[in-house]
Design a protein around this ligand. Structure first.
Ligand SMILES: [Fe+2]
Ligand SMILES: [Fe+2]
Length: 283
């Protein structure tokens, strides 16, 4: 089969030196060999990450729509190019997560039910919320994803807990999230988005999404016949504690009036991933 053409990268003075928004296609090498409990061998952690993965496709479609409907309001050709590359990255993430999510059916996960529930959540946000607020929610969720990406590269305990194929998958996604982390934010500012709507929408996003997310994790755990031991609970809370403090600090930064995504320096993680993924045995 012929290798598809690489997609064009977007470069801009808005990005740190050496960073570009480069959409890349991801191909699983061994999806059928990923074990059921691929995160720390732990059903609690794995169902939590799986629920997150199931929310990603409708979430990313929502992000793309939220951003694209404002794209013609900017006259900056570089920002338009960044938006194009951002949308391509998110569409490719959706494609890969759909493939991964579908694979969960072999472990007895009711993928159809969970995907339908996730779709409904974002369908409602898209239908009832004002367009500017949808963009502001996207800005916040992009920040939240970028904090997760930062931790995936920066916290060795997280990487150690993942099956290698899943680590390669999540790191690809995380690297691209870091590359485009400021695109929605910069557009939001260009179209006159202010501080109050930005922070109000962040709070609204947490309120509207936390419930459905937790419900999805609970349903998947309830359907899973594997007994949950005290040791599994203990391991899950210790891993969560390890990431909670740095993540809360980064989320807190969002509420500063002078916040900008690139005030958190992720360049070193990106350069390391660029080097690793171009190595012969890399991506
Ligand atoms: Fe993404
Ligand atoms: Fe993103």
């Amino acid at each position: 089969m012929a290798t598809p053409e690489p997609l064009a990268k977007a470069m801009s003075a808005r990005l740190p030196d050496g960073v570009a928004v480069q959409p890349r296609r991801f191909e699983f090498r061994a999806l059928d060999r990923v074990p059921q409990y691929w995160f720390d061998g732990n059903p609690i952690m794995t169902h939590t990450e799986n629920a997150f993965s199931i929310l990603i496709p409708p979430g990313e479609r929502f992000f793309i729509r939220s951003v694209q409907r404002f794209a013609d309001r900017t006259t900056d050709p570089e920002l338009r190019d960044l938006i194009r590359a951002f949308a391509q990255q998110e569409a490719l993430h959706t494609r890969a997560h759909n493939e991964f999510n579908a694979s969960l059916a072999r472990f007895g996960v009711d993928v159809t039910r969970e995907v339908a529930a996730a779709d409904r959540v974002f369908e409602k946000l898209g239908r009832y919320l004002p367009k500017k607020m949808q963009l502001a929610i996207t800005v916040f969720l992009e920040h939240l994803t970028a904090t997760g990406a930062h931790l995936l590269f920066g916290e060795p305990a997280v990487a150690r807990a993942m099956h290698p194929e899943m680590l390669r998958f999540w790191r690809w996604h995380a690297a691209e999230e870091l590359e485009h982390k400021a695109v929605a934010f910069d557009l939001y500012r260009e179209v006159g988005g202010g501080y109050l709507l930005r922070v109000f929408s962040a709070a609204a996003a947490v309120i509207l999404l936390a419930g459905p997310f937790v419900a999805s994790v609970r349903r998947m755990l309830r359907d899973d016949p594997t007994p949950i031991t005290d040791e599994m609970r203990r391991r899950a809370s210790s891993l969560r504690r390890e990431v909670a403090r740095p993540q809360l600090r980064m989320v807190g930064d969002y509420f500063r009036p002078g916040f900008h995504p690139w005030k958190l320096h992720d360049e070193a993680y990106l350069f390391a991933w660029y080097a690793e993924s171009q190595a012969p045995e890399g991506r």
